[in-house]
Design a protein around this ligand. Sequence first.
Ligand code: AKG
Ligand code: FE2
Length: 355
Amino acid sequence: MNNSESYPPDFRRVINDGDSPATAEVEPVLVQDKDIHIPVIDFERLDKDMLTEACREWGIFRLVNHGVPLALTSQLQEISESLLSLPFENKRELFGAVNSPLSYFWGTPALNRSGDALKRGTQAPNVSMVEGFNVPLSKLPASTCCHDDAQHLKLESFRVLMEEYGMHITRVAVSLFEAIAQTLNLDLSGDRRSQYLSESTGLIRVYRYPRSSSVDEAAGEALGMEVHTDSSVISILKEDETGGLEIMKGEEWFCVKPVANTLIVNLGDMMQAMSDDEYKSVTHRVKKKDMTRERHSVCYFVFPQSDCVIKSSKYKPFTYSEFQAQVQADVQSLGTKIGLPRFIPTSPFFLKERA
Ligand SMILES: O=C(O)CCC(=O)C(=O)O
Ligand SMILES: [Fe+2]
């Protein structure tokens, strides 16, 4: 069955005609595509040493015994897939309703604060072969809808499932953060924990990546999501069995193979800064090579409170709000995120006028 009508027009040309997507960046780094086993952390018996090693050497690990019910994730996956397979214009309408905190994006995962895709600078007019829904968790309760046609009812079920999944995943993120903070001797007294990791900033993105065409495969390097680090404190990914996630370790790219009923946790830039660079914000991407079917994933991100000052010996003190504004400005003007190097006083990226 040809489902290309459900994709954004920019994607259809690639899917139908096999044109190379504008994103088919060829990476200058070594591309080995070897499989790699990332560390496994048991959430029921958190081992401090294993957690420290995973954060220090990898910045990413697989979480088992996480306690998020399988039935819930299966239902969420099913309904997300069904919503994402709606015709493109329906998705725009359904998620674009005035006052809806949910949004539909495509072509880039870089969004502004309202959840709309950021327009990039002309230097990188890339289209990532990804689309999805942006779901700010704290705004979900206010997003109930009064229409009772089939699509709105489906959207309402999605909202209810998201709320439940959001509660589970937030619980996992908070416990993991507390355990990781302990390994760093971070002071979490008073309200510091909720400053460093503010539950109300929790955000879920549901992604769909089209399967790769034969031309993508010939191009070899077509990307579903460009090379990046997450700006979050912690990100938690639930992926389907398609594969495509790759991480950089040393100077090489490695494929992280999916494992059923596990979650992938990666540390973001905020965790790296809080740890004084002891822990890593892992560089990763989604590669479309060999993606013989659509990939679906659900990613949760959590951030510090926007005015919380992150102090460390490596970076100029900054608030998350400043960091986010800088990332957005760089994506818009340069087409890419610079991230933490903007805040290293000795870095060529450091903006002197900020000092
Ligand atoms: O879809 C994926 O597996 C990766 C998503 C991701 O890296 C992100 O949203 O930051
Ligand atoms: Fe990411």
